[in-house]
Design a protein around this ligand. Structure first.
Ligand code: UD1
Length: 413
């Protein structure tokens, strides 16, 4: 239950990124021994990934923000069990299992609310490295006697495919060149950890990554990179509520474009070495957005951009280029009174002064958070349902919001 009208003001600190920690946990499969990850977010997907790794033979402990993973010499290659099906990100065990075991069976999750998410680039990348892959009985199966470095060019800079190719190539024979690689900060974080484990990687954060395979990796202790999507959510919350929020725990360069857009919308944005402050006085001005792979505007902040546009002065056009069905969220925004029209992968929004409270339903992590922010801009009390989605990606979301002035009551999980 979200009571609208509050102006958010205060300081928040973000912890490690969901989209990094899960991949780093999977990378621990690459080295026998104990890997320690610090600055981990306390979100539902972390214990889900623990179940996945334990199903493969690891021992995992979660102690607040520290996750410790013991990987035995022999691990199982078969991840065809329920824990894997529960969440999409578990597909990131495919690369490590293929390179460590020469075989991987990874169950495919069911349909996704943000669009179809095929694995063709993951498969073709592994095939270039010498594996055979197929989809069999609802699982992706990869087998390889030996992986050998290759020149791979991705059709699209897919985050997941880049990660699986990286985690397979680090133990392959010889050199792999990966062109049109994803450049997200979470990819750089994964490469940093792999290098700490003894991998040879150059070019992380650029479109071409060079990997020289090594025989063996060793475990490490690694701090997870700050969550730019959570940090961006706070930035947009400040702008939407005419607030003043200082966010710590994040390199502002990871949010360069989203913060630039907020300046165009009229916000006063100051950046520091490990954080930023967003202040908004008066009504925001309409701004256009296009989601693109990093350093473009992140698709995961698209609901927040739509939320801001809905209460801005003027017309915004928001174009989704990464996921096909991500505008399902717009239906819920319309229920809140937003003047939004979807046309293919564009949505045209005519900003109004205030949204109107009602009941809305979250369809994914980011849409859920976006609806809570929108509800803060509505008159009266809005019920946001299916908030378990939010718990998968935002640690203590309600607590943080209430600490900076929101009026939100959690009724059930
Ligand atoms: C990751 C993030 C997600 C984010 C997305 C884009 C995690 C757990 N999730 O998802 O939050 O929104 O990056 O920044 O890190 N595609 C194919 N074939 C493939 C692989 C991808 O067609 O083999 C398509 C997808 O359907 C999608 C686009 O490429 O349309 C981008 O997907 P990708 O970058 O792979 O996203 P994920 O790694 O799934």
């Amino acid at each position: 239950m979200v009571t609208g009208g509050a102006r958010l003001s205060g300081a928040v600190k973000v912890v490690g990124a969901k989209n990094s920690v899960l991949k780093l946990m999977a990378a621990a499969l690459l080295a026998e021994g104990t890997t320690t990850l610090t600055n981990c977010p306390e979100i539902l997907d972390v214990p889900l990934m623990k179940d996945v790794l334990e199903g493969l033979g690891c021992t995992v402990t979660i102690d607040r923000d520290v996750v410790t993973i013991y990987t035995p010499e022999e691990i199982k290659s078969d991840a065809d069990f329920d824990a894997v099906r529960q969440f999409r990100a578990s597909v990131c065990v495919l690369g490590p299992l293929t390179s460590r075991c020469g075989r991987a069976v990874v169950a495919l999750p069911g349909g996704d609310a943000i669009g179809s998410r095929p694995l063709d680039m993951h498969q073709s990348g592994l095939e270039k490295l010498g594996a055979k892959t197929a989809i069999k009985h609802g699982a992706v199966v990869a087998t390889a006697d030996k992986l050998t470095g290759a020149h791979i060019a991705l059709d699209f800079p897919s985050v997941g495919a880049t990660e699986n190719i990286l985690t397979a190539a680090v133990l392959a024979d010889g050199e792999t060149i990966l062109d049109n690689a994803a450049r997200e900060p979470e990819i750089v974080d994964l490469c940093s950890m792999l290098v700490e484990m003894g991998a040879k990687i150059e070019g992380a954060g650029t479109s071409t990554i060079r990997i020289i395979g090594v025989d063996k990796l060793h475990p490490t202790t690694h701090e997870v990179v700050g969550d730019r999507i959570v940090a961006g959510t706070w930035a947009y919350a400040a702008a939407m509520t005419g607030g003043d929020i200082t966010v710590g725990g994040i390199a502002p360069v990871h949010l360069h474009l989203p913060l630039q857009k907020l300046r165009l919308a009229g916000a006063d944005v100051e950046t520091y070495e490990t954080g930023f402050r967003v202040r908004m006085n008066g009504r925001p001005v309409a701004v256009d957005y296009q989601t693109l792979p990093f350093p473009g505007f992140p698709t995961d902040l698209q609901p927040m951009a739509i939320g801001l546009a809905s209460v801005s002065d003027g017309v915004s056009v928001i174009t989704e280029n990464v996921f096909e069905s991500r505008f399902r969220f717009v239906d819920e925004m319309q229920r809140l009174g937003a003047d939004a029209t979807v046309d293919g992968h564009h949505v045209v929004i005519r900003g109004i002064e205030e949204l109107s409270s009602t009941s809305v339903w979250s369809s994914d992590i980011r849409a859920g958070a976006g609806l809570v922010l929108a509800a803060l801009c509505a008159d009266g009390v809005t019920e946001v349902h299916d908030v378990f989605h939010i718990d998968r990606g935002y640690p203590q979301f309600v607590e943080f919001l209430n600490a900076i002035g929101a009026n939100i009551e959690r009724v059930t999980a």
